[in-house]
Design a protein around this ligand. Structure first.
Ligand SMILES: [Zn+2]
Ligand SMILES: [Zn+2]
Length: 194
């Protein structure tokens, strides 16, 4: 089954128009997108979320809290046009002998939270707006037990799956606030306190 990208596109348009009503943004799927491989001027946002899968061979359902959704985004001031490329990493069935990779199904609530986080990242990284990024947490429908099934995770097999808590904000996100302190006065203060 393919990802229902229409829902993502519609929700993204609703959210981006709330903050940038006069700007044109487009969200498209790109199955070749890779984390940390960015074209010049592009920014990245990675989100780990909870989603459901269904095996197309045996119809078994399973859930995962380590579904990676990757976005690359770019705002072109000259063209007055913004672009978002998106990739969702797949998983495959543990029970079948030759399973194929399945695309996850997301709840509308989590799609909305992911895209809300994305729009905040666009304001911050593409428009350089000094907003404080407060990440919307993902909703887990059920409590999951046991280890992540790395052998059947597309992101793990490509070595790009981060298996940590999806709600933990990265400490690096605090850095831009430090940089806004004027360097000169910071130096003076530092030397006078010695
Ligand atoms: Zn199966
Ligand atoms: Zn994985």
């Amino acid at each position: 089954m393919d990802l229902d990208v229409k829902v993502w596109k519609r929700m993204f348009q609703e959210l981006i128009r709330e903050v940038k009503p006069w700007h044109t943004w487009q969200l498209t799927l790109d199955k070749s997108l890779l984390p940390n491989i960015l074209k010049p001027g592009w920014a990245q946002y990675q989100q780990w979320t909870f989603a459901w899968f269904q095996c197309s061979l045996c119809s078994r359902n399973w859930a995962s809290a380590q579904v990676q959704v990757l976005f690359h985004m770019h705002w072109s001031e000259g063209e007055s046009r913004g672009q978002v490329k998106m990739r969702v990493f797949a998983q495959r069935c543990q029970k079948c002998a030759q399973p194929s990779f399945e695309v996850p199904e997301f709840t509308e609530e989590n799609i909305s939270r992911i895209l809300n986080n994305l729009v905040l990242q666009i304001l911050k990284k593409c428009y350089r707006e000094g907003i404080k990024f407060v990440k919307s947490p993902m909703i887990k429908d059920i409590a999951l037990k046991g280890p992540h099934n790395s052998d059947n995770c597309e992101a793990c097999l490509q070595g790009i799956c981060v298996q940590n808590d999806i709600a933990t904000p990265l400490p690096a996100q605090a850095q831009p606030w430090v940089l806004s302190v004027p360097l000169v006065s910071f130096t003076v203060k530092a030397s006078s306190s010695v």
